[in-house]
Design a protein around this ligand. Structure first.
Ligand code: H79
Length: 454
């Protein structure tokens, strides 16, 4: 009897103990819930858009039948020979950036398959290059401790059975058969999950056209869930996405997380989300594309984490197989910053102060990390929170002057100690930071409007 009691106590103690990085997923959680919490902890991933289209410098999928006639587009793979492709270098670039996962375009809207598939000859092994890029990249990611994921376009403007065609789904094919196409699609994703998995995420896209439906999406989701119970599947598997905002319509089947595109998603503690965004302007490689400055890259990442989202940051490698050196350099700069400030990003959750031009906040345990972009002289004032702040310091140790009243909280940091991109300040509290309800910043009047933004 006493042994039974002891055993129960022991089980309870283990179950209630906080996790090492996060206490978001209890031990009893489903494989999917655990995977989602772990994926949220990662916060930062590399998106890679690549294929024979890189030979043209135009956008992947969309340029088919537009900038490049369809026949010419479909023949690009016959001269695709990226001899400088080195999966280890790509994985190293992601690693050096402080990224934790990689999502690769296994198949985009043009239908070209970057893996050795049995389902079609329109794949990388038939190119002069002849190597299985998905194989090499998934292996390299694993050996560098990165989590591998695939992007897969539901629509396929080239496949004869998919009803719509290039340009941009504006044409209709005569002898298409959507049911047959759906079988082809299932075989393809099952190859990806089975031969290259387990995958962390299956990143669907191209779901918006008429041939796809919530019913088909629900069926595909169930099919994949059976193949890999821990697989995370984005909301584009279904039809509930609200355009580029990427949120999901309430009450409709919508996969596991939301997908804002080319914008930072809205603050949301309930539904997981991930913003996908390009380091330049185009998804696929374009010569002399305009690259985002470091400050914008880092503030985007921090504002995303502050809204409780992930950032999937995209590069489009060149036709020779390399990621542009200037882009690799930019990624390295992000990684250098994260090596010093990473504890304020990885394994955190967003809030309680909502992000804005002023900055953002993240939290873990009894700590809030303030990420301050805009100062009022030496000060940053924020609305009050229902917790006592017991200690304030710059990440790295220097003490910070602070005052806390019933209506506000002010931190002061002299210019010399500030980081012009993002000054990170740790606030230690007398209670768990996750117990604090979200706080609006700026409109209350208690917090001054930001003086300037960069
Ligand atoms: O792979 C990259 C792009 O090629 C792809 N998604 C990223 C990750 C992409 N697909 N579409 N777009 C980008 C823009 C498409 C916008 C529209 Fe629509 C399609 C406008 C109307 C149909 C999206 C879906 C917004 C509303 C419905």
């Amino acid at each position: 009897m006493r042994r039974t009691t002891l055993l129960i106590l022991l089980v309870l103690a283990v179950a209630l103990a906080p996790g090492v990085h996060t206490a978001q997923a209890p031990a009893s959680a489903t494989p999917l819930a655990k995977a989602l919490a772990g994926w949220q902890d990662m916060r930062f991933g590399l998106f890679i858009h690549w294929g024979p289209v890189s030979l043209t410098g135009h956008e992947i999928g969309w340029s088919r039948g537009a900038q490049t006639p369809s026949d010419a587009y479909d023949a690009l793979y016959t001269r695709f020979n990226p001899v400088q492709f080195n999966a280890d270098e790509w994985a190293r670039a992601a690693k050096d950036a402080g990224m934790k996962y990689v999502v690769f375009t296994a198949k985009h809207h043009d239908g070209f398959c970057m893996w050795d598939t049995k389902t079609t000859d329109y794949n990388i092994t038939r190119s002069p290059f002849g190597r299985d890029v998905v194989r090499e990249l998934s292996d390299a990611c694993r050996s560098h401790g990165l989590v591998f994921c695939t992007y897969y376009s539901i629509l396929d403007w080239r496949h004869p059975d998919y009803p719509l065609g290039s340009p941009a789904g504006k044409t209709r094919k005569a002898n298409a058969d959507m049911n047959r196409y759906a079988e082809y699609l299932k075989q393809q994703v099952s190859e990806l999950v089975t031969n290259y998995g387990p995958l962390a995420v299956m990143w669907f896209d191209g779901e918006w056209e008429e041939p796809w439906s919530v019913e088909r999406g629900t069926d595909l989701y169930a099919f994949l869930r059976r193949l890999q119970p821990s697989l995370i599947i984005n909301n584009r598997v279904s039809k509930a996405r609200a355009g580029m905002e990427g949120t999901s319509a309430a009450g409709q089947f919508s996969g596991d997380y939301d997908t804002p595109e080319q914008r930072i998603g809205g603050f949301n503690m309930g539904r997981p989300w991930e913003s996908c965004m390009t380091i330049c302007e185009q998804w696929a490689w374009k010569p002399d594309d305009a690259m985002k400055p470091l400050s914008q890259c880092l503030r985007t990442l921090v504002s995303t984490a502050g809204g409780n989202g992930n950032l999937l940051f995209n590069v489009g490698p060149m036709p020779d197989g390399r990621i542009e050196p200037r882009q690799v350099e930019r990624l390295k700069e992000m990684g250098a910053w994260l090596r010093l400030r990473g504890e304020s990003v990885y394994g955190t959750r967003g809030g309680p102060f909502k992000p804005g031009a002023w900055g953002a906040s993240t939290r873990r345990g009894t700590r809030i990390y303030l990420h301050v972009f805009a100062w009022d002289g030496d000060a940053r004032t924020l609305p009050a929170i229902p917790a006592k702040v017991t200690r304030v310091q710059l990440l790295g140790g220097a003490r910070v002057e602070f005052t806390q009243t019933t209506s506000s909280l002010t931190v002061r940091v002299p210019a010399a100690s500030r980081d012009p991109i993002d000054t990170v300040i740790a606030l230690d509290l007398d209670r768990p930071a996750m117990t604090i309800a979200p706080v609006e910043v700026g409109s209350s009047g208690k917090a001054p409007a930001p003086q300037r933004t960069r």
